[in-house]
Design a protein around this ligand. Structure first.
Ligand SMILES: [Zn+2]
Length: 270
Protein backbone atom coordinates (compact mmCIF):
# COMPACT_ATOMS: atom_id res chain seq x y z
CA UNK A 1 0.00 0.00 0.00
CA UNK A 2 1.34 3.41 -0.89
CA UNK A 3 2.08 5.73 2.00
CA UNK A 4 -0.71 8.16 2.57
CA UNK A 5 1.23 11.36 2.73
CA UNK A 6 -0.69 14.48 3.58
CA UNK A 7 0.08 17.84 2.11
CA UNK A 8 -0.83 21.39 2.92
CA UNK A 9 -3.33 20.59 5.63
CA UNK A 10 -3.05 23.85 7.51
CA UNK A 11 -6.55 24.96 8.42
CA UNK A 12 -7.98 27.97 6.70
CA UNK A 13 -8.33 31.09 8.77
CA UNK A 14 -11.10 30.16 11.15
CA UNK A 15 -14.37 31.89 10.60
CA UNK A 16 -16.30 33.07 13.58
CA UNK A 17 -18.55 30.30 14.85
CA UNK A 18 -21.38 30.24 17.34
CA UNK A 19 -23.90 32.96 17.84
CA UNK A 20 -23.05 33.94 21.41
CA UNK A 21 -22.74 37.68 21.91
CA UNK A 22 -19.05 38.25 21.26
CA UNK A 23 -18.82 41.52 23.17
CA UNK A 24 -20.09 40.16 26.50
CA UNK A 25 -17.57 40.42 29.33
CA UNK A 26 -15.49 37.26 29.56
CA UNK A 27 -15.53 35.23 32.75
CA UNK A 28 -13.11 32.56 33.95
CA UNK A 29 -14.69 30.02 36.29
CA UNK A 30 -12.31 27.06 36.35
CA UNK A 31 -8.64 26.20 35.81
CA UNK A 32 -7.41 22.73 34.92
CA UNK A 33 -3.89 21.49 34.27
CA UNK A 34 -3.56 17.88 33.04
CA UNK A 35 0.25 17.96 33.47
CA UNK A 36 -0.08 19.25 37.04
CA UNK A 37 -2.50 17.88 39.59
CA UNK A 38 -5.40 17.91 37.12
CA UNK A 39 -6.74 20.99 38.89
CA UNK A 40 -5.45 24.50 39.41
CA UNK A 41 -1.81 23.57 40.08
CA UNK A 42 0.34 23.80 36.98
CA UNK A 43 4.06 23.71 36.14
CA UNK A 44 5.48 26.57 34.04
CA UNK A 45 5.58 25.65 30.37
CA UNK A 46 2.59 23.31 30.60
CA UNK A 47 -0.87 23.67 29.12
CA UNK A 48 -3.46 25.30 31.36
CA UNK A 49 -7.13 25.13 30.42
CA UNK A 50 -9.40 28.00 31.41
CA UNK A 51 -13.14 27.34 31.36
CA UNK A 52 -15.82 29.98 31.52
CA UNK A 53 -18.04 32.15 29.37
CA UNK A 54 -17.48 34.49 26.41
CA UNK A 55 -13.89 33.40 26.01
CA UNK A 56 -13.76 33.21 22.22
CA UNK A 57 -12.21 36.64 21.65
CA UNK A 58 -9.52 36.16 24.28
CA UNK A 59 -6.24 37.58 23.02
CA UNK A 60 -4.24 37.66 26.23
CA UNK A 61 -4.14 35.69 29.48
CA UNK A 62 -2.75 37.59 32.46
CA UNK A 63 -1.18 35.68 35.33
CA UNK A 64 -1.65 38.19 38.13
CA UNK A 65 0.61 36.59 40.75
CA UNK A 66 0.75 38.52 44.03
CA UNK A 67 -0.38 42.09 44.72
CA UNK A 68 0.63 44.79 42.27
CA UNK A 69 1.44 44.63 38.58
CA UNK A 70 5.19 43.99 38.90
CA UNK A 71 4.92 40.23 38.83
CA UNK A 72 2.13 40.06 36.25
CA UNK A 73 2.96 37.84 33.30
CA UNK A 74 1.09 37.83 29.99
CA UNK A 75 0.67 35.01 27.50
CA UNK A 76 -1.13 34.56 24.19
CA UNK A 77 -3.56 31.63 24.14
CA UNK A 78 -2.89 28.76 21.75
CA UNK A 79 -6.64 28.10 21.50
CA UNK A 80 -9.68 30.24 22.25
CA UNK A 81 -13.27 29.09 21.84
CA UNK A 82 -16.47 30.29 23.54
CA UNK A 83 -16.05 28.28 26.74
CA UNK A 84 -12.41 27.27 26.68
CA UNK A 85 -8.95 28.80 26.43
CA UNK A 86 -5.70 26.86 26.35
CA UNK A 87 -2.49 28.66 27.26
CA UNK A 88 1.05 27.69 28.22
CA UNK A 89 1.98 28.92 31.70
CA UNK A 90 4.74 31.47 30.96
CA UNK A 91 8.20 31.69 32.45
CA UNK A 92 8.22 33.81 35.58
CA UNK A 93 4.50 33.35 36.29
CA UNK A 94 3.72 33.39 40.02
CA UNK A 95 0.85 31.79 41.94
CA UNK A 96 -2.25 33.95 41.96
CA UNK A 97 -5.47 34.69 40.10
CA UNK A 98 -5.72 34.53 36.32
CA UNK A 99 -7.71 36.87 34.10
CA UNK A 100 -8.29 37.07 30.36
CA UNK A 101 -8.48 40.09 28.08
CA UNK A 102 -11.00 39.97 25.24
CA UNK A 103 -10.30 41.85 22.00
CA UNK A 104 -13.88 43.10 21.95
CA UNK A 105 -15.02 43.22 25.58
CA UNK A 106 -11.89 44.00 27.60
CA UNK A 107 -10.65 42.21 30.71
CA UNK A 108 -12.48 39.70 32.88
CA UNK A 109 -12.48 39.99 36.63
CA UNK A 110 -9.62 38.10 38.26
CA UNK A 111 -10.61 34.43 38.09
CA UNK A 112 -9.68 31.39 40.17
CA UNK A 113 -6.23 31.18 41.72
CA UNK A 114 -3.51 29.25 39.95
CA UNK A 115 -0.81 27.48 41.93
CA UNK A 116 2.34 27.70 39.82
CA UNK A 117 4.82 24.83 40.13
CA UNK A 118 8.39 24.65 38.78
CA UNK A 119 8.77 23.60 35.14
CA UNK A 120 8.51 19.83 34.89
CA UNK A 121 11.05 17.72 33.05
CA UNK A 122 8.29 15.73 31.44
CA UNK A 123 8.42 15.87 27.64
CA UNK A 124 5.19 16.90 25.94
CA UNK A 125 4.89 13.48 24.29
CA UNK A 126 4.73 11.70 27.62
CA UNK A 127 1.80 13.82 28.68
CA UNK A 128 -0.38 11.92 26.21
CA UNK A 129 -2.55 9.99 28.57
CA UNK A 130 -2.32 6.24 28.04
CA UNK A 131 -4.38 5.69 31.16
CA UNK A 132 -7.57 7.40 30.06
CA UNK A 133 -7.55 7.02 26.28
CA UNK A 134 -9.74 4.77 24.15
CA UNK A 135 -8.65 2.92 20.99
CA UNK A 136 -10.08 4.96 18.10
CA UNK A 137 -11.52 2.08 16.04
CA UNK A 138 -14.20 -0.19 17.44
CA UNK A 139 -13.79 -3.68 15.94
CA UNK A 140 -11.14 -5.78 14.22
CA UNK A 141 -8.07 -3.94 12.92
CA UNK A 142 -4.36 -4.26 12.23
CA UNK A 143 -1.47 -1.84 11.93
CA UNK A 144 -0.44 -2.89 8.39
CA UNK A 145 3.16 -2.87 7.23
CA UNK A 146 6.14 -0.55 7.55
CA UNK A 147 4.66 1.97 5.08
CA UNK A 148 1.69 2.37 7.41
CA UNK A 149 3.84 3.44 10.34
CA UNK A 150 4.84 6.93 11.43
CA UNK A 151 7.66 8.01 9.15
CA UNK A 152 7.09 5.00 6.89
CA UNK A 153 7.39 6.26 3.36
CA UNK A 154 7.75 9.92 2.56
CA UNK A 155 6.21 12.28 5.07
CA UNK A 156 3.79 9.84 6.68
CA UNK A 157 2.86 11.72 9.84
CA UNK A 158 0.57 9.16 11.41
CA UNK A 159 -0.20 5.51 11.97
CA UNK A 160 -2.64 3.73 9.68
CA UNK A 161 -5.20 1.50 11.33
CA UNK A 162 -6.49 -0.94 8.71
CA UNK A 163 -10.10 -1.88 9.36
CA UNK A 164 -13.32 -2.53 7.46
CA UNK A 165 -15.14 0.48 6.06
CA UNK A 166 -18.11 1.30 8.25
CA UNK A 167 -16.57 0.41 11.62
CA UNK A 168 -17.08 3.18 14.20
CA UNK A 169 -14.29 5.72 14.70
CA UNK A 170 -14.35 7.16 18.22
CA UNK A 171 -12.48 9.96 19.93
CA UNK A 172 -9.40 8.61 21.72
CA UNK A 173 -9.39 11.37 24.35
CA UNK A 174 -11.80 13.89 25.81
CA UNK A 175 -11.52 17.45 24.58
CA UNK A 176 -12.99 19.68 21.95
CA UNK A 177 -13.54 19.44 18.18
CA UNK A 178 -10.72 21.53 16.70
CA UNK A 179 -11.36 21.13 12.98
CA UNK A 180 -13.77 19.37 10.61
CA UNK A 181 -13.12 19.39 6.86
CA UNK A 182 -12.61 17.60 3.55
CA UNK A 183 -9.21 17.72 1.91
CA UNK A 184 -8.00 15.98 -1.25
CA UNK A 185 -5.38 13.88 0.58
CA UNK A 186 -7.01 13.46 4.00
CA UNK A 187 -10.54 12.97 2.69
CA UNK A 188 -13.15 13.63 5.34
CA UNK A 189 -11.33 14.31 8.56
CA UNK A 190 -11.79 15.50 12.11
CA UNK A 191 -9.25 16.92 14.55
CA UNK A 192 -9.87 16.74 18.30
CA UNK A 193 -7.86 18.80 20.73
CA UNK A 194 -7.63 16.96 24.03
CA UNK A 195 -7.75 18.69 27.39
CA UNK A 196 -3.96 18.30 27.71
CA UNK A 197 -3.45 20.42 24.57
CA UNK A 198 -2.47 17.49 22.34
CA UNK A 199 -4.39 16.97 19.10
CA UNK A 200 -5.60 13.80 17.42
CA UNK A 201 -6.46 13.73 13.70
CA UNK A 202 -8.81 11.12 12.22
CA UNK A 203 -8.65 10.89 8.41
CA UNK A 204 -10.28 9.18 5.38
CA UNK A 205 -13.66 8.97 7.17
CA UNK A 206 -16.39 7.60 4.92
CA UNK A 207 -18.76 10.55 5.40
CA UNK A 208 -18.33 14.19 6.42
CA UNK A 209 -18.54 14.34 10.20
CA UNK A 210 -21.63 15.90 11.74
CA UNK A 211 -19.49 17.39 14.52
CA UNK A 212 -18.87 21.14 14.57
CA UNK A 213 -15.76 23.01 15.58
CA UNK A 214 -15.81 23.92 19.26
CA UNK A 215 -18.13 21.15 20.42
CA UNK A 216 -16.95 19.28 23.53
CA UNK A 217 -16.30 15.58 22.92
CA UNK A 218 -15.67 12.73 25.35
CA UNK A 219 -13.30 9.80 24.93
CA UNK A 220 -15.21 6.99 23.22
CA UNK A 221 -17.78 9.21 21.51
CA UNK A 222 -18.22 8.39 17.83
CA UNK A 223 -16.71 10.81 15.31
CA UNK A 224 -17.62 8.91 12.15
CA UNK A 225 -16.91 5.59 10.46
CA UNK A 226 -13.85 4.10 8.75
CA UNK A 227 -13.70 4.97 5.07
CA UNK A 228 -11.30 5.44 2.18
CA UNK A 229 -11.94 9.04 1.13
CA UNK A 230 -9.09 11.24 -0.11
CA UNK A 231 -5.76 9.75 -1.11
CA UNK A 232 -6.36 6.23 0.11
CA UNK A 233 -6.35 2.83 -1.57
CA UNK A 234 -8.08 0.77 1.11
CA UNK A 235 -10.40 1.20 4.05
CA UNK A 236 -8.41 2.51 6.99
CA UNK A 237 -8.15 5.21 9.62
CA UNK A 238 -5.10 7.45 9.33
CA UNK A 239 -4.48 8.55 12.92
CA UNK A 240 -2.18 11.42 13.92
CA UNK A 241 -1.08 12.54 17.35
CA UNK A 242 0.31 16.05 17.86
CA UNK A 243 2.07 17.36 20.95
CA UNK A 244 0.71 20.35 22.86
CA UNK A 245 -0.17 23.06 22.00
CA UNK A 246 -1.75 21.07 19.18
CA UNK A 247 -2.29 20.55 15.46
CA UNK A 248 -1.01 23.56 13.51
CA UNK A 249 -0.99 25.54 16.77
CA UNK A 250 2.70 25.00 17.45
CA UNK A 251 2.67 21.29 18.28
CA UNK A 252 4.31 18.63 16.17
CA UNK A 253 3.30 15.16 15.03
CA UNK A 254 4.75 12.25 16.99
CA UNK A 255 4.56 8.48 16.58
CA UNK A 256 1.13 7.54 17.92
CA UNK A 257 1.80 3.79 18.06
CA UNK A 258 2.81 3.60 21.77
CA UNK A 259 -0.34 5.49 22.75
CA UNK A 260 -2.50 3.40 20.41
CA UNK A 261 -1.13 0.21 21.97
CA UNK A 262 -1.73 1.52 25.49
CA UNK A 263 -5.29 2.46 24.60
CA UNK A 264 -5.87 -0.92 22.90
CA UNK A 265 -4.65 -2.79 26.00
CA UNK A 266 -6.86 -0.69 28.21
CA UNK A 267 -9.89 -0.91 25.91
CA UNK A 268 -9.61 -4.71 25.71
CA UNK A 269 -9.47 -5.00 29.49
CA UNK A 270 -12.65 -2.93 29.50
ZN1 LIG B 1 -1.84 7.14 6.74
Amino acid sequence: MAPLALLALAPAASAAVGGATPDATPEVTELRCPAGDGGAACPRGEVLRLSGEHLRETRTVVFLGGKGAKDDRRATPTTASPRRVLVLVPKGAKSGPVRVISAVAGPSRPGPKLKVMPASRVTPASSVDGATGVFPVTGKYDFGTETNTFGGGRGHEGQDILAKCGLPVVSALSGEIQHVAFQSAAGNYVVVQADDGTSQAYMHLREPSTWKKGQPVRAGEQLGVVGSTGRSTACHLHFELWTAPGWYLGGEPIDPLPSLKAWAARTTKG
